[in-house]
Design a protein around this ligand. Structure first.
Ligand code: HEM
Length: 434
């Protein structure tokens, strides 16, 4: 399942509006249009001043559809420094790459610090459209496309630095679930690096530079690549669809104060976990889908399985897409409208602690040995505590979820996600010190 961008980037909305304004002006006069577009690009964190004219010439084909061409976003950059890591509340980018990394055996704390200092520097540069230190070419990094690079620490990293007590309990002892069919190649690792961007070339380049710096310190156990709708397919902020065709992410919390409550760690002075204040916990599950029978299912049966409408994601109990479903509402015969095993009904939080922010990506990775498509969902959810959110919800889903007919959990990993960083420091400094 994927999410609607939880916090829409104001800059992006501004660009779209300004780009449209620019388009209107262009139809009446190219010079004015070019100026407006140039301004839009500048407002959007443009790194290459040439973009104004580049956009202007792309748009000057006098085709009204060229308005779309003006909404270039390759040079949009997301801030790297801040109280929280980027890539969590950032409006979801079209492409995601997840790297599961294991540290070399016997990596002492000093080595982990060196690694994190280097990766922080890499991420600070790449996300702002700059090459990493030592890169010979400027160009490949020059279109950050809202690139974010986010880091998570698995239990093995805490063991390596001799501080197992500082690992959040549910990251250290994540349970198995009855419907798990986990494969070792998608398992727990010491370090997670989540890279997201609107452009797949940007993403591939950033991943390559990051991997190059990781390799002397450890091994890449797995790479998972995923996508949601390409940017520009629908209006920014529209909830993307998963490969089952459903809008996915509709019920994510929208109120920024509530989102903060859902996502950021609160350790109430616990001396082992206070390093995580301003951080989060993330679960990454690889969920394979078998959609051959799903595609042949009538639409209303699909809707019963989810509890939401196929066309627009609205709850079967009425209201608009972003509204909550009403699990108690009954039909004229006295039956609840939401089936007891409907996915969204079962997953709906029963208390505030169960809330999570879903930020998942679809995957489609060629064909399996038996000739079927290898496709599914990289389920990614951030929460302040896995113990109160993902774990109880997945315990409810595992035995009876209507989706189980078509979905199989084949990968699972969980991480503590350090807080953000200010310039001059590095990601993980609150845990690792200096
Ligand atoms: C392939 C597997 C899955 C698919 C295709 C899927 C898809 C969906 C869809 C379409 C919705 C309704 C729209 C929305 O609110 O986003 C939904 C809701 C939800 N799902 Fe999933 N999901 C999957 C797995 C999971 C898992 C493993 C969990 C967590 C254990 C989960 C947690 C939730 C939650 C919390 C909601 C919102 C419920 C509400 O408050 O209405 N999902 N999912």
């Amino acid at each position: 399942m994927n999410t609607t961008p939880p916090v829409d980037s104001g800059a992006d909305r501004a660009l779209t509006r300004r780009a449209l304004l620019g388009g209107g002006a262009l139809l009446g006069g190219t010079a004015l249009g070019g100026a407006v577009v140039g301004h839009a690009a500048a407002a959007h964190g443009v790194l290459n001043p040439a973009v104004g004219s580049a956009v202007g010439s792309a748009a000057s084909g006098a085709n009204p559809l060229s308005m779309d061409l003006m909404a270039l976003h390759g040079q949009s950059a997301e801030p790297f420094y801040g109280a929280h890591q980027a890539g969590i509340l950032t409006g979801q980018q079209a492409h995601g790459e997840f790297l599961g990394i294991n540290l070399s055996p016997g990596s002492p704390r000093a080595r982990v610090i060196t690694l994190m200092e280097m990766l922080t520097d890499d991420a600070a540069r790449l996300t702002q459209g700059e090459p990493t230190l030592g890169a010979l070419e400027q160009f490949p990094a020059g279109l950050p496309s809202r690139l974010t690079i986010t880091f998570g620490f698995g239990p093995g990293l805490f063991a390596a630095i001799g501080a197992p007590a500082k690992c959040p309990p549910m990251v250290a002892t994540f349970p198995a679930f009855s419907s798990d069919r986990l494969l070792p190649q998608w398992g727990q690792t010491d370090l997670l690096i989540q890279l997201c961007a609107d452009d797949p070339i940007t993403l591939a380049y950033a991943a390559r530079r990051i991997i190059r710096d990781v390799v002397p310190f450890g091994t890449i156990a797995w790479t998972q690549r995923g996508f949601v709708n390409a940017r520009g397919t629908e209006t920014d902020g529209t909830t993307s669809r998963n490969l089952m065709g459903m809008r996915d992410g509709s019920a994510n919390e929208k109120d920024p104060r509530q989102i903060a409550d859902v996502v950021w760690s609160r350790t109430a002075g616990d001396k082992n976990l206070s390093w995580l204040d301003g951080g989060s916990q993330v679960v990454v599950r690889r969920i394979r889908m078998d959609l051959t029978t799903w595609d042949d299912l009538e639409t209303d049966a699909k809707e019963v399985a989810f509890g939401r409408r196929f066309a627009d994601g609205t709850p079967l109990t009425g209201g608009a897409e972003r509204d909550q479903i009403d699990r108690a509402k009954k039909d004229k015969d006295g039956f609840t409208i939401i089936a007891p095993n409907a996915h969204a009904g079962l997953a709906q939080p029963r208390n505030a602690g169960e809330r999570m922010l879903r930020r998942a990506y679809n995957y489609s990775d060629g064909t399996t040995a038996d000739g079927r498509q290898d496709e599914g969902l990289i389920f990614v959810a951030y929460q302040s505590d896995l113990a109160t959110a993902f774990v109880p919800v997945q315990r409810r889903l595992a035995p009876v979820d209507a989706l189980n007919t078509w979905t199989t959990h084949v990968g699972s990993a969980v991480y503590a996600v350090p807080p953000g960083v200010q310039e001059g420091s590095y990601i993980g400094a609150t845990l690792l010190g200096r």
